[in-house]
Design a protein around this ligand. Structure first.
Ligand code: FE2
Length: 240
């Protein structure tokens, strides 16, 4: 039994004891549960803070990782401190079953557990070595959205139009089809609150904290820069 299978079995056992159901979508990433276990820790970035220059600036990366992401981890741990049954859950399954969390901690775990998962998912989706998507990936997305340019246009336009803070996602539905959706705040497509649930394969952080230091209110500039550092190899791996 490998680590992924073991953790999956552990999570299923814990869920069954609580009378929970496993969410329908295959939520685990290729390497298994993404965000570690309780007590959660801030994962290191897979590249130096300055590595995404000139597309994403060093100061933004430091504040985003050491400030915002670290804060989500710390508050999530505090919220889970008195909930031992929930500490055992892989974070993906905790977020997928938020309605089972006691009301007193639910919003905190939704916001900060979501914040920890979303950012842990986001960092490896960026790469300091800009890369072209493979022809196979381009074909797959063109088949869904009409063309590669149409996919890019729909993704960035959806992110641009998202009101307030949140995320824009490319998700894989249980049918295997792909869809672009948004979630507010630190919600994500794993949660029962998402309009459409599915497996995230790409997530764009559209909070102002991701770009305001450099781009102020010019979200379109940030999105154009972000597009240059998307790790298409990882997107392709997550698509399966
Ligand atoms: Fe963020």
């Amino acid at each position: 039994m490998n680590r992924r299978t073991f953790l999956g079995a552990l999570g299923a056992l814990a869920l069954s004891r609580l009378g929970w159901s496993k969410p329908p979508a295959p939520l685990y990433l290729p390497e298994g549960p993404l965000a570690g276990g309780y007590p959660y820790e801030l994962p290191p970035l897979p590249y130096p803070y300055e590595a995404l220059e000139p597309h994403i600036d060093t100061q933004t990366m430091k504040v985003h990782h050491q400030g915002h992401h670290a804060g989500y981890v710390s508050t999530l741990n505090k919220a889970l401190a008195d909930l031992p049954a929930f500490q055992q859950m892989p974070l993906e399954e905790l977020l997928a079953n938020l309605e089972k969390v006691p009301a007193a901690q639910r919003t905190t775990i939704r916001n900060h557990g979501g914040g920890h998962w979303n950012h842990s998912f986001f960092w490896p989706l960026l790469t300091p070595k800009p890369q072209e998507p493979s022809l196979e990936l381009q074909k797959r997305l063109s088949a869904e959205f009409g063309s590669w340019a149409a996919f890019r246009g729909q993704l960035l336009d959806t992110a641009l139009r998202l009101f307030g803070s949140g995320w824009t996602w490319l998700i894989k539905l249980p049918s295997g089809r792909l869809q672009i959706i948004t979630t507010p705040n630190q919600d994500n497509p794993l949660m029962p609150y998402a309009e459409v649930r599915g497996t995230p394969v790409l997530g764009l952080d559209v909070w102002e904290h991701a770009y305001y230091l450099k781009h102020q209110n010019r979200r379109i500039e940030y999105l154009s820069a972000l597009w240059n550092v998307i790790n298409w190899q990882r997107v392709e791996a997550l698509l399966g």
